[in-house]
Design a binder for this molecule. Sequence first.
Ligand code: DAH
Length: 344
Amino acid sequence: MTNSCEILVSNPVNLDTLTSQLATLELEASHRILKANSAQDLEQLRISLLGKKGGQLSRVLGAMGSLPHHQRPLMGQRANTLKKGLQELLSERLQQLETKALGERLAQEAVDVSAPALYTPLGHGHPLLSSLEEIVTIFCGLGYQVVDGPEIETDHYNFSALNIPEDHPAREMQDTFYLSGGNLLRTHTSPVQIRHLESHAPPVQVVAPGRVYRRDAVDATHSPIFHQVEVLAVDEGLHFGHLRGTVIQFLRTFFGDLPVRFRASYFPFTEPSAEVDVQWQGRWLEVMGCGMVDPAVLEGLGLDPERWSGFAAGMGIERACMVRHGIDDIRRLFSSDLRFLHQF
Ligand code: DAH
């Protein structure tokens, strides 16, 4: 900082020259104090003005020694008044600067409480998985257990054990992906029926959800990979009424109170067989296949069909999900399009 208001003390001094020097000091010092822009500048200014050694006021006062005795108290008083005034001005300016800095900081850190909150998207279940879980949960409520089976299957479990022999035209109902080594990708969840009954003696009540594969070209209603839930109950005395009651109970819970109809159909592993439709927006939509477990299947497992009977059902989960939510294209379920997924 330059001492632009350095005051030269003239020699010899008298009351008038000292008084005018004090006045000049006051004027210039006040000006510089008011112009100081930081606490640091103010502190340097204080030292250069009021510092005991070499401060400008001390230097004026130092010259007081040359005044006649009777003038000294008056001069001392004036110098003290000036000192006090400057001290006050310094602390006022300091206060001002602090207030200004605080104001600036507050403005910078201000929180606009009326600003819209940041959008934090919440994750949620994929509609397909939610449908799968819901279907399984409904059957669990009816006393069913969840079981699992491999996606890579043998011809035996996927076809033969389900009463679909090698040369049977029913094999062509399901176009199969064959793997090298003779295995295949399961075309339905029905092989889990066989695997479960091989290792569990009846009575059984199980559901088997999972992925299945077919050589279908992709379009609005077909995908080479999709999901099914298999339902199987085997016990003494089970008849078609049990199947019908179970299916209707499930459909009412999952779809609500839509009209339901059973249509006679054919599956090699059930006899009799039916397909089940629900009426939605004036149209009948097929949602599952079902039937009484064919005695040939039970026999193949070493179970006496005179004693044991069973019913089974299989449904496509994509299909159920699409009917349930009014989705028009199966590809949407595999597209990961958030605009679509956010709706569920
Ligand atoms: N597995 C059949 C299919 O994928 C669906 C099916 C029909 C399963 C009747 C069953 C059943 O358990 O009883 O087309």
